[in-house]
Design a protein around this ligand. Structure first.
Ligand SMILES: O=C(O)CCC(=O)C(=O)O
Length: 274
């Protein structure tokens, strides 16, 4: 494990997957964010990037607004566009890190959103924010969700590596941290930044000449409404082709015996009969 910091004493810890898992979880809970280096092969991230690229080029501009920026292309549901993205979403180490954070407060968790983000040259820094404000309340000590940002290209200070405010997840929701000092989570492609739903963060300005491409997936407690409706955004035939784990993460599984019931599959799992 090592730490990166800017001129202040803020820092984010960097791990390898082989480092002790409890140290990674502790740092994520203490600092609100960690980076795990080289978690996916460059072959896999290149495949995801090449599957997403045509959709970024044709549809990515649809999400331009004051929050997302006007030189940023986005895709709202990567599983609709890239089958290889599923391998990142269900990556073993990702789930091993998320289980102890989320499972104490639900019987299974699901992806809220899975968003492709391509920040182009000239983009301004995104306003710092917390992802879990989509839910109207927070209960101290319970994390609603964790975000996992995969670097599909190298994330550098110049091209807009995500800004993070370490420790900011411990503050009251009312505390405005929009102007707080940040560290940038620079990382090579294939590495991933994990941050809690309450951690203040935002995409960086891209002062380089090339786009910065990432894929960020949020994983939320299974009894919360999912941010994106994956049943509608991912065609049924595509969902049928994904692994049981990915289907479960998409929401094709009940939470406990009652929440999200569907009549034909009384054991709470989707059996692809339809
Ligand atoms: O692109 C990034 O680095 C972060 C994006 C983000 O936080 C968001 O769009 O909510």
């Amino acid at each position: 494990m090592n730490k990166t910091s800017d001129s202040s004493d803020l820092s984010v810890s960097y791990f390898r997957a082989s480092d002790p898992l409890d140290e990674q979880i502790l740092a994520l809970k203490n600092d609100g964010a960690i980076v795990v280096r080289d978690l996916a092969s460059t072959a896999l991230v290149d495949q995801v990037a090449s599957e997403l690229q045509p959709y970024f080029d044709t549809q990515g501009h649809n999400f331009e607004d004051d929050f997302n920026g006007y030189a940023t292309r986005r895709l709202a549901s990567t599983l609709a566009y890239s089958s290889a993205a599923a391998d990142l979403i269900e990556q073993t180490h990702v789930l091993a890190l998320l289980d102890p954070v989320l499972l104490p407060n639900c019987s299974n968790y699901r992806i809220g959103s899975s968003t492709g983000i391509e920040i182009h040259a000239g983009e301004k820094a995104q306003v710092l924010h917390q992802d879990d404000v989509i839910y109207p309340i927070r209960i101290p000590g319970i994390d609603w969700q964790v975000s996992v940002m995969w670097a599909l290209s190298d994330f550098t200070v110049e091209n807009g590596a995500t800004h993070v405010v370490p420790g900011s997840h411990r503050l009251e929701r009312e505390s405005g941290y929009e102007d707080a000092p940040t560290v940038q989570a620079t990382m090579n492609r294939g590495s991933a930044l994990f941050y809690l739903g309450a951690t203040w963060h935002g995409g960086g300005a891209n002062r380089s000449k090339a786009p910065r491409m990432g894929l960020v997936t949020t994983y939320a407690l299974g009894w919360l409404r999912q941010e994106v409706n994956h049943y509608l955004t991912v065609p049924r035939e595509k969902a049928q082709g994904y692994s049981r784990t990915v289907q479960n993460l998409m929401g094709y599984r009940c939470h406990g015996p009652y929440l999200g019931r569907f009549a034909d599959d009384p054991d709470g799992y989707w059996h692809n009969k339809h």
